[in-house]
Design a protein around this ligand. Structure first.
Ligand code: AR6
Length: 178
């Protein structure tokens, strides 16, 4: 599904975040130490190679809601934006912290002049955020941030499963009036 607001196209696809060669940056569902891990972080670090952890070391630790940028190393993307999502039920208020991740990642990409960013569904795996609630926060935040973006023209949500894609499509159509 696709919607365009203020010159920014927001799209949802099913796939793997490490296989988005047409995006200048991909977003990592990071841990505070910016080390490799399970899920998205494991997949990104595996493809990027050990140079990514090396570059991350002086940037850690990060706080929930924060975003930092590195190079993509052996990934097909020039940049990785590392976000620490909230742990559901622990880091509060969850919705504010999850929204901060999307807002801060988009602002960082825009400041660096990037045109395209791909996000996974932050916090919805190991961190336990329910998919429907997380999809609503993610889409709402991206839609709200579009008026302030000068360089970013494409925001892609890359969802692992069919139901995850459906949750994001539902949120996008409800929020954008599609
Ligand atoms: N591409 C797209 N989505 C994926 C991929 C992939 N390759 N792999 C998993 N997902 P998670 P979190 C989905 O756990 O909840 C890590 O161990 C997955 O199905 O990666 O923010 C870190 O080290 C889920 O819907 O991120 C942290 O400690 C979503 O991506 C912690 O987990 C996010 O799942 C971060 O937890």
């Amino acid at each position: 599904m696709q919607a365009t607001r203020h010159g920014v196209t927001i799209e949802t696809v099913q796939g793997d975040i490490t296989r988005q060669p047409d995006c200048e940056a991909i977003v990592n569902a990071a841990n505070a130490e910016l080390r490799t891990g399970g899920g998205v972080a494991g997949a990104i670090h595996r493809v990027a190679g050990p140079e990514l952890e090396h570059e991350c070391r002086p940037l850690a630790p990060i706080q929930p809601g924060e975003a930092v940028m590195t190079a993509g190393h052996r990934l097909p993307n020039a940049h990785v934006i590392h976000c620490l999502g909230p742990v559901y039920g622990l880091d509060k208020p969850e919705a504010k912290l999850l929204g901060d991740c999307y807002r801060n990642a988009l602002r960082l990409a825009d400041e660096r002049g990037l045109a395209s960013v791909a996000f996974p569904a932050l916090s919805t795996g190991a961190f336990g955020y329910p998919m429907e609630e997380a999809a609503h926060v993610a889409l709402q935040t991206v839609l709200e941030t579009t008026p302030e973006l000068h360089n970013v023209q494409l925001v892609r949500f890359v969802l692992f499963g069919e139901r995850d894609l459906q949750a994001h499509d539902n949120a996008l159509s409800a929020l954008s009036g599609l």
